[in-house]
Design a binder for this molecule. Structure first.
Ligand code: AMP
Length: 443
């Protein structure tokens, strides 16, 4: 139904903005306040006072009374916004990334050739793992729609129950696997996850977080015939913009693995602190220039000024985006080295630590808050929060549970820190910022 609604929006000339049903109501309300949508389509009852809501029954009635044909002159145009996807924002309010139809078209044209390619005569079955409110799903959804393929969506309930998951995969017939590496790691936990379970699988297409050599080795062993492709890109550049087919040779040669070469129509510049390009091999901020870079965040001039701009390549003007990622280029190949700010990826989810901190500070009794990532195998494995209370508590266990449940009212489940620790003070640097290094020693 979500896909039907997406297409209904764009075919009637409107951008869509997907929100997961699991997002807390207050965050959903904040997004709705931001985008002021003309229509709110919802598959589950929504406790919001608005005359713009169309619930499932009404949507079904509309569908049953139309022939499904839309006047193509109403479709969103190439320069129009096609979708707005919200990502975690450092101020505690999510940021809406606006992607135009042009951006999406330019992404699809390139993505069709990933791995063994999809622009061939055969139509394929694509696996959907990421929620439709995350931009990784753009890869499976639009490659599938564009080629007339089949989308095999793994529901949330299936993804958390290994028995159901393997059963679903066995009958899926998927050819193209699209997920975060973390999800493949979950599946690899059982030897049943192999070429026998998925005999038609030709390509693993990964994006969204670090792909480790270990994951590649395990996949190559279990699926000897399949390509393993690492792609990289933020939501702001439409899903992914670099790629590398990780062969056995590449997996042996590089550790960590590179994220590959940019697509046609995209250029990578590595910048120093002053915004000047550095030479090959030197580390700096990854700046993406090209034809799939977003036109900017919705209604956020300040952030747009900081992160987006325009530049000329070969006499043609393109948008650019400062990613906040650190990297370097060798042999035309991009290597990712982490972040220059406090954004992290946890199980593929993009999280600004300050987003959690500012929501912790909204809780009565918390006067200081800090959130830090904990790492395992070079990847973030969990989050831990340190809080200072206005009045010390004797029962830290109950207080921690209470903080977590209050936090769940404003933040999605994946952003809730696993541990809450109680501190008497949070160390600060000379200019008053949280001294994350020093805090690391205490948490
Ligand atoms: P999102 O907007 O949710 O897709 O998150 C984008 C961020 O995920 C990027 O800015 C990177 O920090 C990280 N990322 C995406 N792809 C990769 C990759 N292949 N390897 C390492 N990090 C990645």
């Amino acid at each position: 139904m979500m896909l039907v609604c997406f297409l209904a929006c764009v075919k009637s000339g409107r951008a869509y903005c997907p929100i997961d049903v699991n997002v807390p109501l207050s965050r959903t309300e904040a997004i709705i306040r931001e985008v002021e949508p003309e229509i709110i389509l919802t598959t589950e009852p929504l406790e919001i006072d608005s005359d713009r809501i169309k619930e499932l029954q009404e949507i079904n009635e509309i569908i049953s009374t139309t022939d499904g044909k839309a006047d193509s002159s109403n479709y969103v145009t190439a320069e129009d916004v096609f979708y707005i996807i919200f990502t975690s924002g450092s101020t505690g309010t999510p940021k809406g990334v606006q992607i135009t139809r042009d951006c999406l078209d330019n992404f699809i044209k390139w993505a069709l050739c990933l791995g063994s390619g999809t622009a061939q005569e055969k139509v394929y079955t694509f696996m959907n793992q990421a929620p439709f409110s995350f931009d990784l799903s753009v890869m499976d959804l639009y490659l599938c729609l564009y080629t007339g393929g089949t989308l095999f969506a793994l529901g949330k309930n299936v993804q958390v129950d290994m028995k159901l998951l393997y059963e679903a995969l066995r009958r899926s017939g998927i050819n193209k696997w699209i997920s975060t590496p973390s999800f493949a790691d979950v599946c690899l936990a059982d030897p049943i996850f192999s070429g026998e379970l998925l005999p038609d699988l030709t390509d693993f297409l990964f994006c969204g977080e670090i792909l480790t050599n270990k994951t590649v080795s395990r996949l190559k062993k279990r699926f000897p015939g399949a390509n393993v492709v690492n792609t990289y890109g933020p939501t702001e550049s439409t899903c992914a913009i670099t790629e590398i087919n990780v062969t056995d040779e590449i997996n042996e040669k590089y550790s960590p693995l590179p994220v590959g070469k940019p697509k046609d129509g995209t250029w990578i510049r590595i910048s120093d602190e002053n915004g000047n390009a550095v030479v090959d091999g030197e580390k700096g901020e990854i700046v993406i220039i090209g034809d799939s870079v977003s036109i900017g965040y919705w209604n956020n001039a300040e952030k747009n000024k900081k992160s987006f701009g325009r530049t000329t390549v070969n006499g043609v003007e393109y948008r650019f985006y400062r990613t906040g990622d650190e990297g370097y280029i060798i042999d035309g190949m991009l290597h990712y080295c982490g972040r220059i700010d406090n954004q992290v990826k946890l199980h593929g989810y993009r999280i600004e630590l300050e987003d959690i901190e500012s929501n912790l500070l909204k809780i009565h009794g918390i006067i200081q808050a800090v959130v830090l990532p904990k790492y395992r195998d070079g990847k973030v494995s969990s989050l831990v929060a340190g809080v200072v209370l206005s009045e010390a508590t004797e029962d830290e266990k109950t207080a921690a549970e209470s903080i977590k449940s209050k936090l769940k009212m404003t933040l999605p489940e994946y952003m809730i820190p696993k541990k809450i620790k109680f501190l008497s003070n949070i160390p600060r640097t000379n200019n008053g910022k949280i001294d994350r290094k020093a805090v690391g020693g205490v948490l």
